[in-house]
Design a protein around this ligand. Structure first.
Ligand SMILES: Nc1ncnc2c1ncn2[C@@H]1O[C@H](COP(=O)(O)OP(=O)(O)OP(=O)(O)O)[C@@H](O)[C@H]1O
Ligand SMILES: [Mg+2]
Length: 376
């Protein structure tokens, strides 16, 4: 059981800032996923929490104690690496027992703990083998067993599934979620795979170039992205983003772009509304084929993704994608689409931050009615 608090955590490599002042409060028993593109600082962050890399600035507290300067073994954390890092010359049993031996735990207790963990991860039959005689998934379970046997307060995992094939990855994902539910420990898990993040996390921490872009439950990030970066990172395909103008027409608020003219869920201000340049966003799966839809588009290409197809579209000069049931359309078709007013996201054109409708009481300037949303 561990509560983990990071404050102002910063890491420089020479003149490169890999992480910039990370603040995060992880409650006991959470499953936190650090998600972000390659090089954004995920591994660096995990290694600092584990005690394997020294912060340039900031503080790490575990259960209220400052551990920033403590060695890894005094943090009650266990780390699972992408490469498994098993000892090739040791049997599975000895690999799993290794961290306990290093701590001089009594032999009888080691045997008992190794057997218990092996049984819970279906490794009992494999205890006498060496890593070379195991499949990738089995090696992965051994690495996990070696972490579990330490009964840590928190598990730190850096892309632990990336060496597995798709089927095994999906099965192991389920196992990890079960394990988390069963033991109730805190999990800090690094991945750049959004499916892993969406399906396992209680909260996702989305990182970009060394800073936290958004923290929240998976559906919060998906449904209320704080920025165009978040909107474009999540989803397959990600949210369509395009330059647009918000304007008032006949007492209704609309979003306009070349080939697009959609009513949106915003009240019309009494004093009129001057057009406002924004970046608009629509999730491809929220586009609905509709003969009376307000978007008229030409299908450029059709991508078969199994259950669905992704239509790559051009509406006048605006490019869009729609994810629809297969089969629906062919290249060259002219189709119409509708989008519910609540499915249109608005972002500030220059900062990329989400815009929220907040009636402004301090001024009557119309354009201040759309305000930058809090970076929640
Ligand atoms: N030992 C190091 N020396 C210098 N720069 C480093 C070192 N380790 C990491 N970096 C740099 O710090 C940044 C963050 O690296 P990090 O390994 O944390 O990224 P990551 O998010 O884990 O990426 P990936 O998804 O590719 O594993 C990168 O720009 C990387 O080049
Ligand atoms: Mg990494």
């Amino acid at each position: 059981m561990s509560r983990i608090e990071l404050s102002g955590l910063t890491k420089d490599y020479g003149s490169t800032r890999a992480l910039n002042s990370i603040d995060l409060d992880v409650a006991d028993g959470e499953f936190i996923v650090f998600l972000g593109p390659s090089g954004c600082g995920k591994s660096t962050l995990l290694r600092m929490i584990a005690g394997l890399a020294e912060p340039t600035a900031g503080e790490i507290r575990i259960d209220g104690h400052d551990v920033t300067d403590l060695p890894p073994r005094d943090r009650r954390l266990a780390m699972v690496f992408q490469s498994y890092a098993l000892y090739p010359h040791l049997t599975v049993a000895k690999n799993v027992a290794f961290p306990l031996r290093a701590r001089s735990v009594r032999r009888a207790e080691i045997t008992g703990r190794v057997e218990r963990v092996a049984s819970s991860l279906a490794l009992t039959e494999l205890l006498a083998r060496r890593p070379a005689a195991l499949s990738g998934g089995q090696r992965q379970r051994v690495a996990l067993a070696r972490a579990m046997v330490q009964e840590p307060g928190a598990y730190l995992m850096d892309e632990p599934l990336s060496n597995l094939d798709a089927r095994l990855r999906s099965a192991t994902r389920t196992e990890l979620v079960d394990l988390h539910d069963r033991i109730g420990a805190t999990f800090l898990y690094v991945t750049h795979d959004q499916i892993e993040a969406m399906s396992m996390a209680t909260r996702i921490v989305l990182l970009d170039s060394g800073h936290v872009e958004q923290v929240g439950a998976p559906d919060e990030l998906y449904d209320q992205p704080a920025s165009t970066f978040v909107a474009a990172f999540l989803g397959a395909p990600p949210m369509c983003l395009f330059d647009a103008v918000v304007a008032s027409e006949n007492d209704r608020m609309v979003v306009r772009a070349p080939g697009i003219h959609l009513p949106i869920d915003l009240p019309t201000p009494a004093g009129g509304y001057a057009p406002h340049e924004v970046t608009a966003g629509i999730r491809p799966e929220r586009m609905v084929l509709d003969p009376r839809g307000q978007i008229a588009a030409e299908v450029l290409t059709v991508e078969n993704v199994g259950s669905d197809e992704v239509l790559h579209l051009r509406a006048h000069t605006t490019t869009l994608q729609a994810r629809v049931r297969r089969p629906t359309a062919r290249a060259g078709d002219h189709i119409r689409l509708s989008v519910a007013a609540g499915d249109i996201h608005l972002f500030d054109r220059s900062s990329g931050r989400r815009l929220q409708w907040k009636p402004d009481t301090s001024t009557t300037r119309e354009n201040t009615l759309i305000r930058q949303g809090a970076a929640s």
